[in-house]
Design a protein around this ligand. Structure first.
Ligand SMILES: NC(=O)c1ccc[n+]([C@@H]2O[C@H](COP(=O)([O-])OP(=O)(O)OC[C@H]3O[C@@H](n4cnc5c(N)ncnc54)[C@H](O)[C@@H]3O)[C@@H](O)[C@H]2O)c1
Length: 352
């Protein structure tokens, strides 16, 4: 199946690009970059791939070669996704590799959005979830280390994403550890919406907020430095502790209740935002949230994949230092740190 898919794509894309650009080939002057998406046949994959293909993530002048990776049983569905990409005749898509073979899937890849993961089944313990996903991310780490670009930027979306990223990064010997991150941008975006709604402003007016910690119900939405329309903004503490924080922490569960499926479009959107910000940077008057290897800032044990407020410049992020942490926030931080330390202990055997 894999060979069939790759051969088919190569042929049809050549035809398509000739038909669209003739000999002049406008705009797409940059060499293409390779973007890998695991879990490409899943629901987040479906909401993500077409937007990346249209240039929303890396810009309208950046051609892409899509590397779509899923498990063997999902290859038929993935073939359907590929046919749909072809039928969009995207000007920026210069190739598609669709495969269940990670050595092929990660070959020379510049960006990886790791969405594929084993979901938590009914009655499954969190420890088992960690172990099952640990195997997946150990394997993926080995392939990325061996085959991907040395400058690859990785965001782990598949849950439990912080600890999956920790396991993955542990396999990496030849690429900087800073290139391995996990996604809390969805939680950040959710917080931004709740605050904009409360203050009666647009989401883009809300700045200098952040998510600390784990992508789980212990996450800490931090708003003590919030600005709205570039002015310091405050909301009452009771609303923060009793409404705002629980709403952001439980938003994923609320969406499952309503949709009978987990959030997909908003998760895909956030994964793209994560990479776009990593590439293009944050503005001087703002920061964002990324789960990254802790350097010990804010008392977080070194090496944990922990969400921090970060500012980004020239493709490099740095933790925003010196934010005041009230006793209220310190209590919440301690809980999310403990949860991530417990998760790390549960997969200790995979980190040797
Ligand atoms: N970090 C976040 O904010 C966030 C938000 C929403 C969802 N998620 C997580 O994203 C993941 C995917 O969600 P979804 O709704 O797309 O699920 P889905 O079940 O629709 O799709 C998952 C896909 O991953 C594939 N897959 C599983 N293991 C794989 C592997 N080893 N290699 C390649 N592909 C593999 C499956 O075959 C499937 O096609 C879940 O773990 C979910 O919990 C994270």
């Amino acid at each position: 199946m894999q060979k069939y898919l790759q051969n088919t794509f190569a042929k049809q894309l050549n035809k398509a690009s000739f038909a669209q650009f003739g000999h002049s080939g406008h705009a797409n002057k940059k060499p293409p970059v390779r973007v890998a998406i695991t879990g490409a046949a899943g629901q987040i994959g479906y909401s993500l791939i077409f937007r990346i293909a249209s240039g929303e993530m890396l810009g309208p002048n950046q051609p892409v070669i899509l590397h779509l990776i899923d498990l063997p049983f999902a290859m038929a569905a993935l073939n359907g996704v590929v046919m749909e990409i072809q039928d969009c005749a995207f000007p920026l898509v210069k190739g598609i590799v669709a495969t269940d073979n990670q050595a092929v899937g990660f070959k020379n890849v510049d960006y990886a959005l790791l969405v594929g993961a084993k979901p938590r089944g009914p009655g499954m313990e969190r420890g088992d979830l960690l172990k099952d996903n640990g195997k997946i991310f150990t394997e993926t780490g080995k392939h990325i280390n061996e085959h991907a670009s040395r400058d690859i930027k990785v965001v782990v979306v598949g849950n439990p994403c912080n600890t999956n990223c920790l396991i993955l990064a542990n396999q990496i010997k030849d690429i900087p550890k800073e290139n391995f991150t996990a996604m809390t941008r969805l939680d950040h975006n959710r917080a931004q919406h709740q605050l904009a709604d409360k203050l009666g402003v647009h989401t883009t007016d809300i700045r200098k907020i952040a998510i600390f910690g784990n992508h789980s119900p212990t996450m800490v939405p931090y708003i003590d430095q919030m600005t709205a329309k570039n002015h310091k903004a405050t909301v009452d503490q009771q609303w923060v502790s009793q409404t705002f924080i629980p709403t952001v922490q439980q938003r994923g569960a609320e969406i499952i209740k309503a949709r009978k499926l987990s959030s997909a479009a908003s998760a895909g959107n956030a994964a793209m935002n994560h990479i776009t910000t990593w590439v293009n940077g944050t503005s001087e008057s703002d920061f964002t949230s990324m789960a990254i290897p802790s350097d010990g800032s804010y008392g977080v044990p070194k090496g944990l994949i922990f969400s921090f407020p970060v500012s980004v410049k020239n493709g490099k992020y740095s933790i925003v230092q010196g934010l005041p942490i009230s006793p209220f926030y310190q209590g919440l931080l301690d809980k999310t740190i403990k949860e991530l330390v417990d998760e790390r202990n549960a997969v200790d055997h995979l980190l040797k």
